[in-house]
Ligand binder design. Structure first.
Ligand SMILES: [Zn+2]
Length: 475
């Protein structure tokens, strides 16, 4: 955002200001604000009056008269693009026909450089080099990236302004100085973004992903939705045709284009007739997470250990000497030494995906807990009756008994945890109990719950837009 100071800096003719509001694409689309409208009115009105030939500014007094002041202010705050400063000099200077202001926008392509783009506009080479050098004080134009946007605004043949957006939220502006020196000044600027609250509803036909996309949700939001409900609904196996979902999320946009993945504020999934709700809540301790309507965290953890009584005999490591194979190989799990027959409990709710003999693992069970976690149990003396592929199991349920089947030197449980398909150290997993909100938090939570659940049941899709100047981390 420019300060009032930029008005003084920019000279330009009266027409420049008027023209800029008509052709300055960025200025218009970027700030759909009242101030923008005010500027536009000013410009149109001024141009009209000027063309009638009855508006001549002959002294500084005319400029600083009370009537003009708010209009100039509006320009100062709102129009970084338009050289719309009204001055006595420019008023008298503007002859007709006047050169017109035009803006050309470029999306940087494969072989483009700052030089080739300006060269294509017939800008003299020495001027391109000079401008690149000035810009170099704040940004190196030698590294324009494919896909970035560059806009060039000219008044007649003279370059008034060049803007280069090198990220979704930042850009560099090179602008002609207001004095007659022909010099340019460069500065970095922030691109205002808008936080939108959006709401999508969907009915699942075949998959959550498909239904989500059809409803207009981004892939990122769909992934987040399945992660939020990971411990309650397995979207790859539990989904029934006709299941529904509603997601309220916020997303940062620039010119209507999303610049981040978005964040779910509240969601509801009806799976096989059962309703699951999630509300994003900022905890009093500074953390945050998703809670159900009762104020219980949706984030659950695996049991610290699948055995009640155990002694760890071998830790997770990338390199371990294997006593039977007599060579070094990674150990992707933990070995718990325990007497044969010690009951093994599944460390989380889930579904059995394997139960049977598997080479070195001997009697082996794999439980898939959600789209993220699976656990595996090896060397069992025996798999509990009824535990077979496809069976649903509850956290703490006994699924088998410690043994020494497969490649094993003595009775122990080999326990593995996979996170998104990769082995992780079970002991490194956080095993905090499922959190419930405390009394003070519940008060805030219940108000939030009321508001969000009301929003969630609405049918409109765009709920709110807030213009923000700065982007908060983590949105
Ligand atoms: Zn092992």
């Amino acid at each position: 955002m420019n300060s009032a100071g930029s008005v003084r800096k920019r000279g330009g003719s009266f027409f420049a200001g008027a023209g800029a509001t008509g052709t300055g694409k960025r200025g218009n689309s970027r700030r759909p604000s009242k101030r923008g409208l005010a500027l536009r009115y000013l410009a149109v009105a001024a141009l009209f009056i000027f063309s009638l030939g009855i508006f001549f500014i002959t002294s500084r007094d005319a400029v600083s008269s009370k009537k003009e002041e708010p209009l100039i202010l509006a320009d100062a705050v709102d129009s970084p693009g338009a050289a719309a400063s009204v001055s006595a000099e420019s008023g008298l200077q503007a002859p007709s026909p006047s050169p017109s202001l035009s803006t050309v926008e470029f999306k940087v392509k494969g072989n483009d450089s700052f030089y080739t783009i300006l060269d294509g506009l017939d800008v003299p080479p020495e001027q391109i080099v000079r401008m690149a050098r000035i810009a170099g004080g704040v940004y190196n134009l030698g590294k324009v990236k494919v896909g970035d946007r560059l806009s060039v605004t000219r008044l007649g043949n003279e370059i008034e302004r060049i803007e280069y957006r090198f990220s979704d939220i930042e850009g560099m502006r090179l602008e002609r100085d207001s004095d007659a020196s022909g010099g340019y000044s460069a500065e970095l600027f922030e691109i205002p973004y808008v936080i939108e609250q959006r709401l999508v509803h969907g009915v699942i036909d075949s998959s959550l992903y498909e239904a989500g996309r059809r409803a207009g949700a981004s892939p990122g939001i769909i992934m987040e939705l399945s992660d939020i409900f990971a411990w309650d609904v397995d979207f790859s196996t539990d989904i029934r045709k006709g299941d529904t979902f509603s997601v309220l999320y916020e997303i940062a946009t620039v010119d209507g284009r999303a610049i981040d993945a978005g964040k779910v504020l509240a969601a509801e999934v009806v799976n096989n007739g059962k309703k699951h709700a999630a509300i994003f809540f900022n905890e009093s301790g500074g953390g945050s997470g998703y809670y159900n309507l009762q104020g219980k965290s949706l984030r659950r953890t695996l049991l610290r250990s699948p055995l009640r009584y155990r002694r760890i005999s071998s830790y997770f490591s990338k390199r371990r000497y294997h006593p039977i194979k007599k060579r070094y190989r990674p150990h992707h799990g933990i070995d718990y030494a325990a007497p044969t027959g010690t009951p093994i409990e599944t460390s989380g709710d889930g579904r059995v995906t394997f139960a049977g003999w598997k080479r070195g693992y001997g009697n082996y069970i794999v439980v898939k807990h959600n789209s993220i976690y699976t656990t595996a149990y090896g060397h069992l003396s025996r798999i509990k009756k009824g535990i077979r592929k496809g069976r649903k199991v509850k956290q703490g349920q006994v699924i088998g008994y410690v043994g020494s089947t497969g490649l094993s030197t003595g009775p122990h449980l080999h326990y593995e945890v996979k996170q998104r398909g990769r082995h992780v150290n079970p002991l490194a997993l956080k095993s905090a109990p499922r959190r419930s909100l405390n009394k003070a938090e519940l008060q805030t939570f219940s108000a939030l719950r009321r508001d969000l659940m009301a929003l969630l049941s609405r049918s409109d899709t765009l709920l709110a837009m807030n213009e923000k100047g700065k982007r908060k981390k983590g949105i």
